[in-house]
Design a protein around this ligand. Structure first.
Ligand SMILES: NC(=O)c1ccc[n+]([C@@H]2O[C@H](COP(=O)([O-])OP(=O)(O)OC[C@H]3O[C@@H](n4cnc5c(N)ncnc54)[C@H](O)[C@@H]3O)[C@@H](O)[C@H]2O)c1
Length: 347
């Protein structure tokens, strides 16, 4: 391919505001299509990209827009027709997380993309934060030894009625898991470079939660090599703030990420905590821009594909394992779910 990668953006809601900003700043891409059922959303995005074709949905856009790839920024439920339309048009896809609202559906999307010979990547922007890169590098170089256990806390009062936020999580069965914990579980797999074996979890909803489904997740996750991580996540914390704390205990010391996008410190067993250097970043922009860079390289055959849909299935399996474990009241082996998903993949 020569020239700029032509991109169609499907879904023009809250998250797309970041995407449109990042796309407009990238010299290697041109936005040629915009789809959303809302005329108002199409108009607002069309002001930024006046030459782009517009349509109410992916199938209609595929008939009019010339594109090489699509960025899918729609709610995770009900994406089958959008994925099919993109693949039929010969477009590669970068889909926002979670790829679908069930592992079985996501596995079908992955299988369809592979059968069509197209790339399907997932928008795991947190992997591209400088603090994530620094955390992973610190473990890789054994800065405080080898990791053996960890604790991941994300405690937030998320007012899902705020006008700048999406509304659909208010009605989801498991909004915390599918919208937020998916990032955390993916980060654990990415940073620890280990796959989970077993999860013992409980999900529930505090009495004051504004979410219909469960806003709380508590889990003990056992990874390969005997590594254990205790996880607590909530969107219905008792105070209006976000507390983030991800600690990993290693053979010679401890690493702690004290903020969602920064604040990495390290200490050896008898030492003081000292900051771990991380590159400068603009929240939500640096990470999305780096993710876009990766996708552009992958789609143009000039770099490796990261955050593939197939890899993402392993993070989605963790979500379903939490739900099953909570229903069962006991631990769930990931292998159990993995075997079921493999048989459903081509259904
Ligand atoms: N990676 C991140 O940090 C991050 C942050 C926020 C949201 N997200 C993800 O982005 C996705 C979208 O979330 P959002 O906050 O933008 O939701 P949103 O509800 O604000 O926006 C979704 C948009 O999709 C449109 N839409 C619905 N069906 C469509 C269809 N068939 N064709 C075209 N457009 C359609 C809606 O009209 C709406 O404008 C979700 O998967 C969410 O999890 C990711």
């Amino acid at each position: 391919m020569t020239g700029r990668l032509r991109i169609a953006v499907i879904g023009l809601g809250a998250r797309s505001r970041t995407w449109l900003k990042v796309l407009s700043a990238h010299p290697g891409v041109i936005v040629t299509g915009l789809a959303d059922p809302s005329a108002e959303a199409r108009h607002a995005a069309g002001v930024l990209f006046p030459d782009a074709a517009t349509a109410p949905d992916a199938a209609a856009l595929a008939r009019t827009a010339q594109a090489d790839a699509a960025i899918l920024v729609t709610p995770p439920g009900g994406r089958a027709a959008q994925i099919d339309a993109c693949l039929a048009a010969g477009w590669d896809i970068l889909a926002e997380k979670p790829l679908a609202d069930s592992v079985a559906e996501a596995a079908r999307f992955v299988a369809r993309a592979e059968a069509a010979g197209r790339q399907l990547l997932v928008g795991l922007n947190f992997r591209y934060l400088p603090v994530t890169r620094a955390y992973r590098a610190a473990l890789d170089e054994g800065r405080v030894g080898a990791p053996e256990f960890g604790r991941f806390l994300y405690e937030r009062w998320r007012d899902g009625r705020l006008p700048h936020l999406n509304r659909y999580p208010l009605q989801m069965d498991h909004p915390m898991l599918w919208e937020q914990s998916v990032h955390h579980f993916d980060l654990m797999r990415h940073v620890y470079r280990r796959e989970p074996l077993r999860i013992d979890a409980r999900t529930w909803n505090p009495s004051w939660s504004m979410y219909r489904g469960h806003a709380n997740v508590s889990a003990l996750i056992e990874f390969e090599g005997g590594m254990h991580v205790t996880y607590q996540g909530t969107w219905a914390g008792g105070v209006d703030r976000l507390d983030f704390d991800w600690r990993t205990d290693c053979t010679n010391g401890v690493l702690i990420q004290r903020e969602m996008m920064g604040g990495l410190v390290a200490a050896t067993r008898q030492g003081e905590f000292a900051p771990v250097e991380t590159a400068a970043h603009e929240p939500w922009i640096t990470d999305a821009a780096a993710l876009l860079d990766m996708a552009v390289r992958a789609f143009t055959g000039t770099g490796p594909a990261e955050c593939t849909g197939r890899d993402h299935l392993s993070s989605l399996l963790m979500l379903e394992a939490c739900i099953r474990s909570s229903d069962r009241g006991g631990p769930v082996e990931l292998a159990e779910l993995h075997d079921e998903t493999t048989s459903e993949e081509h259904a």
